[in-house]
Ligand binder design. Sequence first.
Ligand code: CP3
Length: 335
Amino acid sequence: MNTLIQSCINNKFSKTPIWLMRQAGRYLPEFRFIRKENQDFIQLCLNTQLASEITIQPITRFNFDAAIVFSDILLVPYALGQSVNFKKDFGPSLEKIDFKILNDVKKENFLKKLNPVYETIKQTKTKLSSNNKDMIGFVGAPWTLLLYMLNRKSPKEGNFSVFPKDKNINNILMKLDEFLKIHIEAQIKSGASIIQIFDSWAGLLPEKDLEYFVYKPTKSLVDFIKQKKTISICFPRNINSYKKFVDNVNPDIISIDYNVNPLIIRDTIDIPIQGGLDPKILLQSKEAVKKEVTKYLKTFEKKRYIFNLGHGVLPETNPDMVRYLVDEVRSFNGQ
Ligand code: CP3
């Protein structure tokens, strides 16, 4: 049976599916309850039983059309031997790259370290299998991972510089290409029907560097996902031209941020589109939510559109507002 997302991308007249980036997270009291008892975030991601429970939490509450595995893009640097910590109110903190370790990573060891993630996908897939819902796996795009690996923390404005396209950078990009494909393949084998590629920091690059850091390495992953007959979604957040990205990378679905004008996207891009709504809207009134939701649904009414946000759900979001959002999207469709 086709899932709602598969029907949507095959037929523009189908109902609009909905899922949200960071749908499992701190805005949910049931997540905070588990998180409180599990201070080490990486170990929580690697606890199959809890990770599967967390993945299902937003499905139980809101009946979203897809589950996204509870994991993190920084598990890849972790499995490549670079330790990662999440400090409260600071975000991720990575140790300095050790090229000796990086160049020696073996596929078996990498897969062994991340095996709990694959088990989470398998277990969760079984729980979802009676429904027509997708199981979404994901990776960080090579550029965003490279940035975290070198910058060792979130690259807030001003605290990162563009890297030279030298041998070291090329070495890391090659390792990422190799191991991201291993990670993608293992997620697909475990039951992921869609892979989303998160390029959260694509918007930091000047136009002239996009080919080297974004288009070429992302296309390599998208082509690999296609070979595996799996759907790819790309989210090159804050990029200047989504149209150029789509022309160069050719994913199955493009996910957009909230800074881009949806009318321009509608009029220039022909592939299925996902997302856009500013997550900050969910901190406002129901009227504001209704107005913005209607704007996106109307704009993309004649296109193949998957409802989502323009970035992740904010931790301070009231779950009742997410309930309202889901109901609005479904009632627009007469569901
Ligand atoms: O979307 C989902 O529900 C699935 C799980 C998921 C997480 N991270 C769980 C998480 C996904 C898809 C991600 C992707 C991710 N992780 C990205 C790309 C998307 C984006 O937000 O731009 C990035 C850049 C990361 C790295 C990362 N992980 C950061 C910068 C942080 C700290 C800041 C923050 O947003 O909380 C995390 C932690 C993290 N990853 C949390 C969750 C639920 C919060 C953990 C907590 O403090 O309880």
